[in-house]
Design a protein around this ligand. Sequence first.
Ligand SMILES: Cc1ncc(COP(=O)(O)O)c(C=O)c1O
Length: 378
Amino acid sequence: MPPDFAALRKQFPTLEHWAHFDIARKAPLPLCVEASMQSYMKDVYERAGETAFSMEETDRTRETVARLVGVPAKTLAFIKNTSEGLNIAALGLGLGSVDKVLITEFEHAACVFPWRRLQTKGVEVDVVRARNGGLPVDAFMEQMDDRTRAVAVSWVAYGNGFRTDVPALAKVCRERNIVLVVDAIQAVGVLATPIAELGADVVIAGGHKGLLSHIGAGFMYCREEIIPKLEPPYAARFSFAVDDKWQEPLTLASDAHRFEYGNPNFLGIWVLKHSAEFIMSIGLPQIEQRIRELTTYLYDRAEDMGLESCTPRPWEQRAGIISFEVPDPGTVVKKLHERKFITNVKDNRYLRTATHFYNTEEEIDRLLDATMEILRGK
Ligand SMILES: Cc1ncc(COP(=O)(O)O)c(C=O)c1O
């Protein structure tokens, strides 16, 4: 039986007030998040934090999140946010003046600054430019040479919503011994492909978008063979193979623990566990299917109304984001907000909609009617 998406809307109190098309910024949190925050405090009050506020619980959450995203638990580290994971990758590769990195023009600032910072060490950072609104694997290949050590790219771009063909790019990178680092925050919780099947080396996502969780806790997956090749920029007690702080020689953990260091965000990780369980109770493939239906409806309805999207149409080249290049998108977003629609403006260029399973066709109709009215100056 397909999930009862209409009934699931009741899990999101925000939806009583807003037609919410902005999960690409932050999720309208479900009730399980509130309940888990309360249960965390109950654990602290009644059990002195034995459960939620503990390292053992963090390892249990690792198992849960690993199951949701489709990776072995030992390849998963908890991080604060996407930027932290990207910094761990950028600094951990030990790149220097002979090395080259490819990023793309679609990257969020979080996936530009950590790499550009390496320019001070003499690393060359080349930008792959879009072709027809997308980033074909050929465009990467043309810019690769024997100095290229890493490629960093979003699975789904934050602006126009383009979905990179990560499995194809991963194959090309693997053949050339290039490390592929993927910013997956706009894809996790939306696309059901198990992350280990992508073939990428490092995949990173914060928890506050498609994972329906709170800010401050996310994950970094690192392919097992790559873990020993990444030198963590920070290392402390949780990064090492044993607890003995005087051990000789000092040996970093062989699993993804090596990217963790001190006490983590226990509350954020506890919440993440409950959000992951909530998503699994609905089913990630079912969620992807519903987002596909809704966004296809949005795409087609908009086109019927004369509103051309700059997001590629085929599902394989996009996910939940559909963007429009309209005049003065900031004002359109503001006016939509006055009418109780949450959308977003990106780069003063895109009016961005980000649909999730809790949206409805009726909301999409209203959103498009309101957008057209605003664009016609009404
Ligand atoms: C593609 C992408 N990467 C990263 C981020 C955010 O990274 P951080 O939470 O580290 O600021 C966003 C949006 O917030 C994003 O859209």
